[in-house]
Design a protein around this ligand. Structure first.
Ligand SMILES: CC(C)(COP(=O)(O)OP(=O)(O)OC[C@H]1O[C@@H](n2cnc3c(N)ncnc32)[C@H](O)[C@@H]1OP(=O)(O)O)[C@@H](O)C(=O)NCCC(=O)NCCS
Length: 165
């Protein structure tokens, strides 16, 4: 796959991005995790995208992945520290998974974090999604907190990586 990654622009379809997220997160839904991206409506995708830098990955003209980078994330004590950036609504189309697209999106976000003066990049995921927790740990992320988000059926781990060392 020849993957091109760029910022979402005004002519990109929020409907397509929402459909990509629903598709990417369908496996987590089957495991019983009600992540926001499992069924978020287009308005929620739009609101979230407007709160950060949304990157989209294309394989030719097919949207295959996305990640939302936020330099000043909100929502928990770890996120609200000035040196911490975070990523959200991170997904790759099931047919395109395990081919390195997700890693490229994470690396780009780590680069953006450093470029914008952050020294930590953080994210949250379900404590019970052990395949994800293990993957993030292999990428250098460590557990820094546990949160119970409102309306979620699971506890979330806040994972964070110290950058540039
Ligand atoms: C998590 C997610 C975004 C990762 O994206 P991805 O494109 O599948 O990630 P990568 O391909 O970069 O890496 C995933 C695995 O594929 C492996 N891989 C990467 N390139 C590969 C290749 N060419 N051939 C075989 N395996 C490969 C990686 O080593 C990694 O395996 P590991 O678990 O053994 O380390 C994606 O799986 C996804 O959308 N999952 C559902 C939604 C989700 O979980 N979102 C995150 C919520 S916090």
């Amino acid at each position: 796959m020849a993957i091109a990654i760029r910022l979402l622009n005004a002519s990109d379809s929020i409907a397509d991005l929402t459909a990509l997220l629903h598709s990417a997160y369908s496996g987590l839904q089957r495991l019983g995790f009600n992540y926001t991206a499992v069924d978020q409506p287009e308005e929620v995708t739009r609101q979230r995208v407007d709160g950060g830098e949304c990157y989209v990955a294309f394989d030719d003209d097919r949207l295959v992945g996305s990640i939302l980078f936020r330099r000043r994330p909100r929502g928990c004590a770890w996120y609200e520290q000035p040196h911490v950036a975070a990523v959200h609504q991170f997904g790759v189309l099931p047919a395109a998974q395990r081919q390195g697209v997700g890693l490229q999106l994470m690396r780009l976000s780590e680069k953006r974090a450093l470029e914008t003066g952050a020294t930590e990049l953080a994210l949250d995921t379900a404590e019970g999604a052990t395949h994800l927790v293990d993957w993030y740990k292999r990428l250098g992320y460590r557990k820094v907190a546990i949160e119970q988000w409102r309306d979620k059926t699971y506890r979330s781990l806040i994972l964070s990586k110290q950058l540039g060392s």
